[in-house]
Design a protein around this ligand. Structure first.
Ligand code: MG
Length: 382
């Protein structure tokens, strides 16, 4: 097969984007590039390469062993952190294509958005944040940056995945949302898709797991709106749940797209940077936004604080905290790689990073071996 000429490929790429993307999209030719410059690829654009680097990273694969809201021992129907990530990427790409934004950049940032979650979801994050409160704290968004700039190893000359400035700044924006300078439309789309995905699938999972009953949803405005679209009450239960979730997704996606399209109309002639400076905020219409907030408050009170989840989270928090203490008190028990980090970052942050990279099951195994059975040394992530 004849090798493609990289210079032709770049010209074709830019031409393709100039036809398909709106002016306010982030065009690949305007990318600020990578910390370590690279030659262009024969047939992939810079954001496609970022997407592939994230997809092929070990931290991404470990998302399959990390809980979203419900733990693995509660069943195998509900979302894991990995399936949630794919749902977010799918919704975000749909929005991006409809609004003529850069779909490759959106996909890369969507696949990255939850990669820094520690074991046991937000409960794990709270424990690590508390354990590290005198050592810089912990946030999953910041840990995602550490993973792709310091911890993942792919190249001989430097650590990390050498992602483009745009993908990194999108993730950095998630770490510090007060920084309005970095609000590219593409990262706003990922944020919106994340919220649309989890509000909808948490209803689905909670119903399936029996944490919610149908009657509890009565009176929720977004659910009532869904019932006006489809006759949910007259449909058999096995079909009612997927239909509700599908309708909730559709209502939120449709409204976000309609409202955001209207917001973008007056700025159609601006570039990506100009739209950032103008602080254009993509969002749903105020009515649906309010109904969505009501659903979120309901989920917070009735699902995330459900006694079955609280019990699971308390146990997980206890194990993670004891594992942290055991390793922080005896850093010589860290595996070699984490001892190497400790020399640069200090013991506490190295222990935090080692724990944050674990899957739920690996964390449980290490707790059993190191804390309960007193094994002398931990092992590196599998
Ligand atoms: Mg998410």
């Amino acid at each position: 097969m004849q090798q493609a000429d990289p210079s032709d490929s770049k010209a074709n790429w830019n031409q393709r984007e100039s036809v398909l993307l709106a002016r306010y999209a982030m065009h690949s030719c305007d990318s600020q590039g990578r910390e370590h410059p690279e030659h262009g690829h024969p047939y992939r654009g810079p954001f496609q390469r970022d997407r592939d680097r994230i997809l092929h990273s070990s931290a991404f694969r470990r998302l399959s062993g990390k809980m979203q809201v419900f733990t693995g021992d509660m069943g195998d129907y509900h979302r894991t952190r990995l399936t949630h990530t794919h749902e977010v990427a799918s919704l975000a790409r749909t929005i991006g294509r409809t609004l003529r934004l850069n779909e490759d950049l959106i996909e890369a940032m969507a696949l990255l958005h939850d990669i820094g979650h520690p074991p046991f979801g937000h409960c794990g994050e709270d424990v690590l944040s508390d354990c590290l409160k005198h050592h810089g704290g912990f946030s999953h968004n910041q840990f995602a940056m550490d993973l792709v700039t310091k911890i993942e190893q792919r190249y001989t000359d430097y650590p990390g995945l050498n992602l483009t400035h745009e993908v990194l700044s999108g993730q950095q924006f998630r770490s510090d949302k007060r920084n309005s300078e970095t609000q590219m439309l593409e990262i706003q789309v990922v944020d919106a898709a994340d919220s649309i995905a989890y509000d909808s699938h948490d209803v689905d999972d909670a119903l399936k797991l029996g944490l919610l009953e149908w009657r509890q949803l009565d009176g929720l405005e977004l659910v009532e709106r869904a019932k006006r679209s489809v006759p949910l009450d007259s449909i058999e239960e096995s079909l009612r749940r997927p239909l509700l979730v599908h309708t909730l997704l559709d209502l939120q996606m449709g409204d976000f797209l309609r409202h955001s399209s209207q917001l973008l109309e007056p700025v159609a002639g601006l570039t990506s940077q100009e739209v950032c400076r103008a602080c254009i905020k993509l969002q749903m219409s105020p009515g649906i936004e309010q109904e969505k907030r009501q659903l979120e408050r309901f989920l917070f009170e009735n699902v995330y604080r459900h006694e079955r989840l609280v019990e699971v989270r308390d146990k997980a928090a206890m194990r993670l905290r004891q594992l942290y203490k055991s390793l922080a008190d005896h850093p010589e028990r860290l595996p070699e790689r984490a001892r190497h980090w400790a020399r640069s970052w200090g013991n506490e942050r190295a222990v935090g990073a080692y724990l944050a990279g674990m899957t739920d099951r690996f964390c449980d195994e290490q707790y059993l071996l190191l804390v309960e059975m007193g094994r002398p040394c931990g092992v590196d992530w599998s």
